[in-house]
Design a protein around this ligand. Structure first.
Ligand code: FAD
Length: 382
């Protein structure tokens, strides 16, 4: 790949409309959406591509819809991934399946998605500064290890540990407890076209086929896993399924949590993606949030009104936060988990219905007030 080199002095004198800190999915989406609106955009990142990160690598249909709005359609994505028909919840001996209402999701390697987003941004004329780490921020200027850069607007897309969030005093808000994750790919042909979520006491394993010959495993629990053997011991059916299959690529750890901030903008700075708050990885909605926020931010920048983004951001996070809370309840309370499985077994369509609401294919009101309460009570009442 040819990296376009930009002289930092040039960018100081001309100054782009938008400077994006962080070239993860949120930063790239933000750059794409803003450049597509005609804004001049530059992006800095402390790393160099390909940028990998521990991720379940499952794109829900709503994530694919948001990607299409960014100019990346399914025809580009399909050849590099594995089509997914829905979600399976599995707990020793019991499997419940829910199907997407139309279209399908896609399992795709994180690095492949990153490359596609990067190419789209470069095609729109976005300039990139790699190995450029933000150290400080003041007004319209970002200090980096390679010099100071100025822009009319700054987007903080520097991930869950966002330095920009702290430096701008936007850290205040609420957060769920931290959970730790371990990702490992295996060279094995997929045995399912569902994202499987396996439940054990206080831990889950997410299994996402990402090609005809590879499956992505993510284990999440409250304690750090010291080796791959440790989480596999919690999920004997998965260990059996793997048989002699060998691990492909390197294992990668991560922390996940739900975080809600009081504000995501300050002056000419807006936070986007995990920097702006997150939902626990259990929802599989993190990337969809990044892409929707990026689209909303570009609209607000075009209108020169960050208050619009502040409102849109709160709305985008509302439903996934609700779903994340419900699922974390199942993680914390074995009784709630057992009862949820029992109620889904009794009412198989309920799981698909909730899945449709979860991915925004149907509004929450289709469950009706009584349906919603019934669903929650069903899940929680022993
Ligand atoms: C275990 C796990 C599984 C997940 N599974 C899924 C899933 O299956 N589906 C889904 O949709 N979502 C999933 N998610 C959520 C999704 O991965 C995140 O929402 C997404 O990665 C957030 O992207 P981001 O661009 O905001 O942050 P990041 O991906 O963290 O990118 C931040 C970027 O900023 C750069 N950066 C950081 N600090 C600086 C600095 N000071 N200066 C310059 N650059 C900096 C970093 O190098 C990085 O490139 C999962 C998350 C976890 C933890």
């Amino acid at each position: 790949m040819v990296l376009r080199k930009i002289n930092l002095r040039d960018s100081q004198s001309s100054g782009p409309d938008l400077l994006v800190a962080g070239a993860g999915p949120a930063g790239l989406a933000c750059a794409i959406a803003a450049a597509a609106q005609g804004l001049r955009v530059e992006v800095v990142d402390g790393r160099t591509p390909p940028i990998d990160k521990a991720c379940g690598e499952g794109l829900m249909p709503d994530t694919l819809a948001a990607l299409a709005l960014l100019g990346i359609d399914e025809r580009q994505l399909q050849p590099m991934g594995f089509p997914l028909r829905g979600i399976g919840f599995i707990k020793r001996g019991t499997a419940i399946e829910g199907y997407f209402p139309q279209g399908s999701g896609l399992g795709v390697r994180r690095t492949a998605l990153h490359q596609l987003l990067l190419e789209r941004a470069q095609g729109l004329g976005v300039a990139f500064h790699w190995n450029t780490t933000v150290t400080s921020i003041g007004g319209d200027a970002l200090d980096t290890n390679r010099g100071t850069m100025r822009a009319r607007w700054i987007a903080g897309a520097d991930g869950p540990q966002s330095r920009i969030r702290k430096l701008c005093g936007l850290d205040r808000g609420s957060a769920s407890r931290r959970r730790v994750a371990l990702r490992q790919h295996f060279a094995i042909a997929p045995w399912t076209d569902l994202v499987e979520v396996h439940w054990a006491k206080g831990a889950q394993a997410y299994v996402t086929p990402v090609s005809e010959a590879e499956v992505c495993f993510v284990f999440i629990g409250s304690q750090r896993f010291s080796s791959l053997e440790q989480p596999l011991a919690l999920f004997p059916e998965l260990r059996e399924r793997l048989g002699p299959a060998s691990a492909s690529g390197t294992p990668m750890g991560a922390v996940t949590m739900s975080r809600k901030l009081r504000r995501v903008t300050s002056g000419s700075v807006a936070l986007v993606g995990d920097a702006s708050g997150s939902v626990d990885a259990i929802t599989g909605e993190g990337l969809a949030l990044c892409f929707r926020q990026a689209l909303a931010l570009a609209t607000a920048l075009k209108a020169g009104d960050l208050a619009h983004y502040e409102r849109a951001h709160a709305e985008i996070l509302r439903l996934p936060r609700f779903m994340s809370r419900a699922m974390l309840l199942m993680d914390r309370h074995p009784l709630a988990l057992a009862q949820t499985f029992r109620s889904f077994e009794r009412r198989p369509r309920l799981f698909s219905r909730l899945l449709h609401v979860h991915i925004g294919a149907e509004p929450m009101r289709v469950l009706g007030r009584s349906g919603l309460i019934a669903s929650l009570l069903c899940m929680l009442t022993p």
